[in-house]
Design a protein around this ligand. Structure first.
Ligand SMILES: *[C@@H]1O[C@H](CO)[C@@H](O)[C@H](O)[C@H]1NC(C)=O
Ligand SMILES: *[C@@H]1O[C@H](CO)[C@@H](O)[C@H](O)[C@H]1NC(C)=O
Ligand SMILES: *[C@@H]1O[C@H](CO)[C@@H](O)[C@H](O)[C@H]1NC(C)=O
Ligand SMILES: *[C@@H]1O[C@H](CO)[C@@H](O)[C@H](O)[C@H]1NC(C)=O
Length: 955
């Protein structure tokens, strides 16, 4: 054999380059040189010469780095360039590899592994035809005595080989059909592998390293669909190996892999025999827990959970063995409740949560009489689970918690969320009794004066309650009043507990709306918490929920709530929530009270804004201004007095307190009018700052959205301001607000004149932008097209005006169709689909369509022909459909003319295909929108040369 013949001359010419490059790769300190060498070597590796030089590199006098490169090159050639090798050389390649492996089995492990990978690759390429029984042959060859190489080393090499083989198989680039054949062949070879493994594992004199390899080999071979009954003995041996600390991890891996094999549930008897083996591990588990051996604990629980999770159905169905399965479930319960805090003292309990979902699902999927039997056994188990989970959810002592890293605290938070989700799920099985159960426990804790109770215990019970109440309608649970009665008894001396109390109250907001008498016992707590900066998130979100759900019952508390809210220094987003909360709250008050509260609420902000408006603009006062404008927007988003009468009309028992809004201005309008001049001052300084403009527009946009027609008194003022803003510096938010005004007020005679003036002004300003080159402002063009579409929809009369250059607007539309920004093109298509129906009733529109419609036609065809993104084809089809519906005879003429030029809209379509397209589009009586979309889709694929391709199909 090549490598063992020490002084034999190597047959191939090796340029010094190779060694130089390897030297550079390993020893050159310069990283660029290293990279260059690596690149060069990669190329050398795949070159045809590699077949020769790799053997030379492996010769024994070379250093391991060079030998390693040779072995890698060999593997690369075999796995990626297999077709280079003539089939009559398979045999000699195999022999050479075997002998190299024998040589290296007692020297470099690194090189040996690469060689084994190469042989594995060879076997995978030649199985099953060219090398049937490859595995059996390997086993035989490796076991033959001789060569002076020690038996143990050869044995390890063989095991390495077998493991690598299966691992190599998992990542093999073979085609699926070949893969399946090879997999089948490998599976059949298990018969050759398994006796060897068994023998090695059972021999008392096998060194630990050999046994560890055996287990690793087993782990990877069971993944090749080895039937569980045929690996059964080895799995039992693996269980025995668990007592050996050196073998523990690999044994766990092997067992877990074997029992989670997809078809393992077919071997019911084998599985049943596993259960006592798993149960027998409990002693070892307890010991591990006592000695704080987290790894052992984790491994044993993994085995129990895998068996339970993968086979709960199978094992549940073996009713004769119900006790042993129940014992397994209890063992998993022990794993769930393993002592110590996650994630610091243990990492095991989180492993088990999915098991509980699976088991519950299986039980609930039995038909009802069977289910009843199982429930009898398992309901108590799940009640116990709730206790265990709530125990695990408890915070550690303050001192311990302080010592945790922020990462550990975050992991614990997520763990609690997982527990919360599990409880919610378990509620489906246990029902209202679960809430009563929690309530009783809490009651006992809070009324027990003999023993001091930890806040952690109380917190966890409330947390469990809140997890359920947050998503489930607790209306029919009769323990809620009792719970609310208990809350004030909790002595809240801790932030986490206080947060949980807040969230619990928040979770009950809907229930409180139905039981308003209870508000008085919880609201003071919320208001008090509002004063604590540490509780701002939980208290503000709870207040917001209560204000939203219970606003009609809150008027007596309103003044107090507003007063408490004012003294708060909060984080920006909580300020915004708080404003929304107050908006809800004020909505239910009589108008004069709203005004009074609004006054005291926003006066400080207005004063601040006045001051800021006076200052010279700089980044910090900009943020302050945007903040105050944001507060107003949020307040006006939820302050909606119109719902007062709606609500009372809906409800069967109209709340008397919700008085009808008296005639008179809406309070929001009153406030807006008061601050209008101030806002104008702000704008005058900040007009070229898009964020401030956006914030100003947002205030009005939110107000218009909630106030609707009540906004009327502001229409002319706001129209004028918007017109000024937009003609000074055109920006998209002004157009969006204009569109909203058009939407609500354009069809009202009273408001038509200011709206009309504004519409004409912004249109003419935008048209001048188009003259100067609109490409820099796709957002303005987008908003402009939407505005035009809205105007056409709500008030086509706007286009009758002398003051509007309809033709120019149309041309802008044609230009915008060719924009690369998809949203802009979408809005433009919408504009045309709104425009075309008015060809008959709005003469100026009729004229422009008649005169310039052909331009539109061309632009559409250009887009379909490949100019526009394929995702927009439905929108283009809508415009074509609209043309077909509203200007049919013109469409026929335009299509014919536009499609005339050869090569338009794409050189890929023939004259026949174009004819066919127009013919289909023009089949008037048959055409519907869906059909036009299909026709356009088909034609656009032809134009793009994608017709019939996979790319087309998957779209
Ligand atoms: C394993 O089960 C299969 C049937 O699924 C059977 O044909 C085979 O003989 C069994 N093997 C052993 C070792 O029991
Ligand atoms: C089998 O159990 C393991 C470990 O619990 C789990 O990751 C895997 O998803 C389970 N497989 C099935 C099919 O349930
Ligand atoms: C958890 O680990 C911490 C730190 O290692 C230790 O102080 C604490 O006593 C442990 N707690 C339990 C219950 O084992
Ligand atoms: C909840 O219960 C209250 C009082 O028992 C009742 O008035 C209310 O209509 C119920 N709500 C729902 C949503 O069932």
């Amino acid at each position: 054999p090549l490598c063992c013949a020490r002084n034999k001359e190597t047959p191939c010419v090796l340029s010094g380059f190779l060694y130089a490059a390897l030297h550079q790769l390993y020893y050159d300190p310069n990283i660029d040189n290293k990279n260059m060498a690596q690149k060069w070597l990669m190329q050398a590796q795949v070159s045809p010469q590699a077949w020769q030089f790799c053997w030379a590199l492996l010769s024994p006098e070379k250093v391991p780095e060079i030998q390693y490169f040779g072995a890698s090159a060999l593997h690369t050639k075999i796995s990626r360039y297999w077709s280079d090798i003539p089939s009559d050389q398979y045999e000699s390649l195999k022999t050479q590899l075997f002998s190299q492996i024998a040589c290296f089995s007692s020297s470099s492990k690194m090189v040996l592994t690469r060689l084994c990978v190469a042989l594995a690759s060879l076997a995978l390429n030649t199985m099953p035809e060219a090398w049937p029984g490859a595995v059996a042959e390997m086993v035989r060859v490796f076991q033959e005595e001789g060569g002076g190489v020690d038996g143990r080393a050869r044995c390890l090499a063989l095991l390495e080989m077998l493991s690598v083989m299966s691992e190599e198989f998992q990542t093999s680039p073979l085609l699926l059909t070949v893969l399946l054949q090879v997999r089948g062949a490998l599976g059949r070879e298990w018969g050759a592998v398994s006796p060897l493994l068994q023998q090695l594992l059972r021999r008392a004199d096998s060194p630990g390293a050999v046994k560890a390899r055996v287990l690793r080999c087993l782990s990877s071979w069971v993944l090749l669909d080895v039937p569980l009954n045929e690996s059964e003995d080895l799995v039992h041996d693996s269980f025995s190996a668990l007592t050996d600390p050196e073998l523990f991890d690999t044994a766990v891996e092997a067992i877990v892999n074997a029992i989670s094999q997809p078809d393992s549930q077919r071997y019911v008897n084998t599985l049943l025999k596993m259960v006592p083996r798993v149960l027998a591990l409990q002693e070892q588990l307890r010991e591990a827990v006592q000695t704080g051996d987290m790894e052992t604990c984790h491994g044993i629980c993994r085995i129990a959970v895998t068996l339970g999770e993968n086979h709960s159905r199978t094992l549940l169905e073996q009713v004769d063995h119900w006790q042993s399965f129940l014992a397994l479930v209890n063992m998993i319960m022990f794993c769930t409740g393993v002592p110590g805090h996650y994630p610091v003292n243990e990492t095991t309990s989180s492993l088990t949560l999915t098991f509980w979902y699976t088991l519950q699902d299986e039980i609930m999927s039995f038909e009802s009489d069977k289910q009843a039997v199982y429930l009898q056994v398992y309901r108590p188990v799940y009640f116990q689970l709730v206790d265990v989970l709530l125990h695990k959810a408890q915070f550690p002592s303050d001192q311990e918690y302080e010592s945790w890293s922020s990462d550990e605290k975050e992991q614990f938070r997520i763990y609690r969320v997982d527990i919360s989700d599990t409880l919610m799920y378990v509620y489906e099985m246990l029902g209202a009794e679960l809430l009563s159960n929690l309530y009783e426990k809490l009651g006992r804790l809070l009324t027990n004066t003999e023993q001091p109770t930890s806040w952690q215990h109380i917190e966890a019970l409330l947390y469990g309650f809140q997890s359920i109440a947050e998503t489930i309608d607790v209306n029919y649970s009769d323990v809620i009043p009792g719970l609310i009665g208990l809350i004030p008894r909790i002595s809240i001396n801790n932030v986490q507990l206080a947060d949980t109390v807040m969230f619990t109250i928040g979770a009950l907001a809907e229930w409180l709306a139905d039981h308003p008498v209870m508000l008085s016992s919880v609201l003071p707590l919320v208001l008090q918490a509002l004063g604590n900066p540490d509780l701002s998130v939980s208290s503000v979100s709870t207040l917001k929920k209560i204000c939203r759900e219970c606003k009609y019952d809150l008027p007596p508390y309103a003044t107090n709530i507003v007063a408490v809210s004012q003294v708060r220094e909060l984080h920006t987003s909580q300020c915004m929530w708080l404003m929304q909360a107050l908006g809800f709250l004020l909505s239910a008050l009589p108008v004069e009270d709203i005004l009074r509260n609004l006054h005291s609420l926003i006066t400080p902000y207005i004063q601040q804004l006045e001051k800021l408006a006076d200052e010279t603009p700089n980044p910090s006062n900009k943020l302050a201004i945007i903040h105050i404008l944001g507060l107003l927007s949020n307040l006006f988003t939820t302050l909606d007095i119109s719902k007062q009468d709606d609500e009372s009309a809906d409800s069967s028992a109209p709340p008397v307190k919700a008085a009808l809004p008296p005639p008179g201005p809406n309070p929001v309008v009153v406030v807006l009018q008061q601050v209008f001049a101030l806002i104008q001052t702000v704008l005058s300084k900040w007009l070229n700052d898009s964020q401030v403009v956006e914030a100003v527009c947002a205030i009005f946009e939110k107000s218009v959205k909630t106030l609707l027609h009540d906004f009327a008194p502001m229409v002319s003022q706001l129209s004028e301001m918007l017109g000024q803003m937009y003609s000074t510096i055109p920006q998209a938010p002004a157009l969006d607000l204009t569109r909203q005004m058009v939407h609500i007020f354009a069809s009202q005679t009273d408001h038509f004149p200011p709206i009309k003036a504004l519409f004409e002004l912004v249109t003419s300003v935008t048209l001048s932008i188009f003259q100067q080159g609109p490409r820099d402002h796709p957002d303005i063009v987008d908003s402009f097209m939407q505005l035009q579409a809205q105007a056409l929809k709500r008030k086509p009369d706007l286009f009758l005006s002398e003051g509007l250059d309809v033709k120019a607007v149309f041309h802008c539309g044609v230009l915008s169709l060719k924009f690369p920004e998809a949203p802009t093109v979408k809005s433009t298509c919408l504009f045309f689909t709104e425009l075309l129906p008015h060809c008959s009733d709005v003469p100026p529109l009729a004229r422009v369509v008649q005169e310039d419609g052909k331009l539109l036609m061309q632009a559409l065809l250009e887009g379909v022909g490949g100019g526009a993104s394929r995702s927009l084809m439905d929108q283009f089809a809508e415009v074509l459909f609209s043309l077909n519906k509203h200007c049919f005879s013109l469409l026929a003429m335009w299509l014919k003319e536009a499609l005339q030029p050869p090569g338009f809209p794409s050189s890929r379509v023939t004259a026949e295909q174009k004819d066919n397209f127009s013919h289909q589009i023009l089949r008037r009586e048959r055409v519907n929108k869906r059909r036009v979309k299909d026709i356009v889709k088909e034609f656009t694929l032809l134009c793009r040369g994608l017709h019939g391709t996979e790319y087309a199909a998957e779209y």
